[in-house]
Design a protein around this ligand. Structure first.
Ligand SMILES: [Zn+2]
Length: 273
């Protein structure tokens, strides 16, 4: 059985899945990681944006994955740019090609509907994965048996554990992100409190997952909940509009690509909107 964990950014899996990954690798299961972007915009330092931050973040994920038992050669990066992980035909193709290369039995992706952390790259990463899982199985070399969403508000599968420090140990490898992660740590602990004690037993913590059926039943929340989540999604904390994804100068291929993407996705917005 081969497990593939798909993420939008290099630090996402350590936040949500570290304990399950660690267990699977300790039992000698094959676990691979596919990170769709290199988190090139994960900084407020304009000098660091782009390939220099990407290099740092690739190394950070390799280190974190190693702690959880996934060797470097099983950590893959797709070439989508941070902030521009959209639900598009070309991105569906990219993810599909990676799935055909890795050929997993079971995939994990960020919760795309019942999410409390409504970051557009995460949501789109979940939707791309789900779209391929539910509609593109015939085009896959090897069919995917199951899809699980992580970071979900509606778990139907909980992975129990007792020691928060193990997961945090791998999370803290993302040193370039500590400025941000320090604000997220309370959410990390709250997300994992075992609210399901009757079902899961006397464990202190769980990682919540939602196993997705191939039918559409129950996939999306009611219109009312969707409206609330939609409002949350527009808060700048979750989605810093186009302003964050901006390169001020340079003729590198990165700067060129970002300018081109901005003209498509944020055509009317100036630098600070
Ligand atoms: Zn992320």
């Amino acid at each position: 059985m081969k497990y593939l964990f798909i993420s939008a950014h290099p630090d996402d899996l350590e936040f949500s899945c570290a304990n399950l990954i660690r267990y699977l690798t300790s039992k000698k299961h094959s676990v691979e990681i596919l990170c769709l972007t290199k988190g090139e915009f994960g900084t407020y330092d304009a000098e660091l944006v782009g390939p220099s931050l990407a290099k740092v973040r690739v190394k950070e994920l390799q280190k974190a994955a190693k702690i959880n038992g996934v060797p470097q050669e099983k950590v893959h990066f797709a070439d989508i740019i941070d902030g521009f992980l959209k639900f598009t035909r070309s991105n569906i193709k990219i993810v599909k090609e990676w799935l055909n290369q890795i050929q997993p039995d079971i995939i994990f992706a960020p919760e795309a509907y019942y999410a409390y952390y409504w970051q557009q790259d995460h949501i789109n990463c979940g939707r791309l994965s789900h779209y391929i899982f539910s509609s593109y199985q015939k085009e896959l070399v090897k069919p995917i048996k199951s899809l699980f969403f992580y970071g979900t508000l509606k778990p139907n599968f909980c992975w129990p554990f007792n020691d928060l420090t193990l997961g945090k140990g791998s999370l803290y490898q993302h040193k370039s992100q500590l400025y941000f992660l320090k604000w997220m740590i309370p959410f990390y602990s709250i997300e994992k409190i075992n609210f399901y004690r009757k079902k899961v037993g006397k464990w202190n913590y769980v990682e919540p997952y939602r196993r997705i059926s191939k039918k559409k039943n129950g996939l999306k929340p009611s219109i009312f909940i969707q409206a609330i989540l939609g409002i949350i999604s527009h808060l700048p904390f979750f989605n810093p509009t186009g302003a964050r994804y901006y390169v001020s100068k340079g003729n590198s291929s990165f700067a060129f690509t970002v300018r081109k993407l901005r003209s498509i996705y944020y055509p009317k917005k100036s630098k600070y909107t």
